[in-house]
Design a protein around this ligand. Structure first.
Ligand code: ATP
Ligand code: MG
Length: 420
């Protein structure tokens, strides 16, 4: 082991487990790719002010969890704690919303950083797949995104997850509700920090997981009883569209999520096998965010799915993904001359698209054959001086054990046809 270890709250992805991680990322993004979402990539850090405004000064993410730094040039930056603010910033900067082709539908994949107390499913560096549909107010878009996430989880074989759904209202109905909630909360027996939260982000108190707080919230006023007609109709439409598609969801009147900019539709995917870090993904509508970061009115909706927790959810359900071996053919040279020849054969196979590896380092046949088994290759190619003199290599089928000589010139075609 080296003197150094991965920083606290982080972990490395190494083979073979990293293959599962890649497959999960791919599966979570796959439904988006065939639903009109284009790929977007933004920097790993942004101006700290973007997150302060775009995520919210009253959120835990901004007040406690952000990694901030001052550059040598004096710029105040933050490692990105989430994707939405950056994606919207990039959309506005590139003027993607101006071409008249709203909504702008985008998906992304990347690393995010939050200074959290590390525990299972909660890390300081984690990975998300995200989707945003920018610039259009249409309940069908909200429903589409929920449907696509549901499809993504199901395609991986996950079953023990639930969709929690709520509406947070809008600038029309939320202010009055907020005041009613504040009045209610001020009458409760709460600690200092929670009391402060009543003033700056009262909805967040509903999300407090502590039993003694939850007990006091039983009679809290709920937003669903305060929605204006437009929000009520919008929410009814989202629910109806999901129901028509056979997507089961649970109404959760206390679901608020951590970010200030959410309006109307809010949802979370929770997995029942994960203990307290149960949210595998979440999202919602953020109609006011664009204006908050200096853009025009662009009502939008999006989600982010946690890759790390999705991998944990697969483990919790005992689902193993069917990941084919990375290597189909493994070449074992016996001697210097054979190495040179097989090096060429391997290069040709790879050019033909056949996943091939070679036993390097002049190891013994026994050690090289071990390498062949470990690689999971379906075929091995073994060649010694006598084979080369005859212009052949020995092709061994690792499943049946059958071995036969194949002319050097025919190796690629033979293997391509056998591998289908
Ligand atoms: P939580 O309530 O668990 O803190 P969150 O509301 O902060 O989650 P979001 O900002 O909605 O999470 O991020 C979307 C998804 O990203 C989460 O559902 C989760 O799967 C994942 N995620 C968020 N924070 C972490 C983290 N620190 N470590 C691993 N995954 C995370
Ligand atoms: Mg969090």
């Amino acid at each position: 082991m080296s003197t150094f270890k991965a920083p606290k709250g982080t972990y490395d992805l190494t083979p073979p487990d990293s293959a599962t991680f890649l497959a999960v990322r791919e599966a979570l993004a796959a439904p988006l790719r065939i639903a009109g979402y284009g790929y977007i990539e933004t920097p790993g850090f942004e101006n700290v002010e973007l997150f302060a405004r775009g995520v919210g000064e009253s959120t835990d993410i901004v007040t406690k969890e952000m990694y901030t730094l001052t550059t040598k040039g004096g710029d105040e930056l933050a490692l990105r704690p989430e994707g939405t603010a950056s994606v919207l910033r990039a959309t506005l900067e590139a003027g993607l919303h101006k071409a008249g082709n709203l909504p702008v539908k985008l998906w992304y994949s990347g690393s995010y950083y939050r200074y959290e107390r590390p525990q299972k499913g909660r890390y300081r560096h984690f990975s998300q797949i995200g989707a945003e549909a920018i610039g259009t107010e249409d309940p069908a878009l909200d429903a589409e995104l929920i449907l696509l996430a549901d499809q993504a989880y199901r395609s991986l074989g996950l079953r023990d997850f639930r969709i929690l759904l709520n509406s947070l209202g809008d600038s029309e109905c939320r202010p009055a509700y907020r005041t009613a909630l504040q009045d209610f909360l001020r009458g409760l027996d709460l600690d200092e920090e929670t009391r402060r939260r009543i003033d700056i982000n009262p909805l967040r108190v509903l999300d407090d997981k502590r039993p003694d707080v939850q007990k006091q919230l039983v009679d809290a006023p709920l937003l669903r009883d305060h929605l204006c007609d437009a929000c009520r109709a919008y929410h009814a439409e989202v629910r109806a569209l999901l129901t028509a598609q056979g997507v089961a969801f649970e109404d959760d009147a206390k679901l608020v999520r951590g970010l200030d900019y959410y309006t109307r539709t809010t949802f979370e995917f929770v997995h029942d096998g994960l203990g307290s870090q149960s949210a595998v993904g979440g999202g919602g509508r953020y109609d006011g965010l664009s204006e908050m970061i200096g853009g025009p009115a662009l009502p939008s909706v999006g989600w982010a799915l946690g890759v790390d927790r999705t991998v944990l959810a697969l483990e919790a359900e005992g689902v193993t993904l069917d990941i084919p071996p990375a290597t189909s053919v493994y070449a074992v040279p016996l001697g210097e001359q054979a190495r040179t020849v097989l090096f060429g054969v391997v290069a040709e196979l790879r050019r033909a698209g056949v996943a091939t590896d070679l036993a390097y380092g002049g190891r013994s046949v026994k050690a090289a054959m071990k390498g062949a088994h470990r690689s999971g290759a379906r075929f091995t190619l073994v060649a010694g001086e006598r084979d080369l003199a005859e212009g052949v290599v020995q092709l061994k089928d690792m499943e049946s054990g059958a071995q036969e000589p194949v002319a050097l010139a025919a190796v690629t075609d033979t293997l391509r046809s056998r591998l289908g």
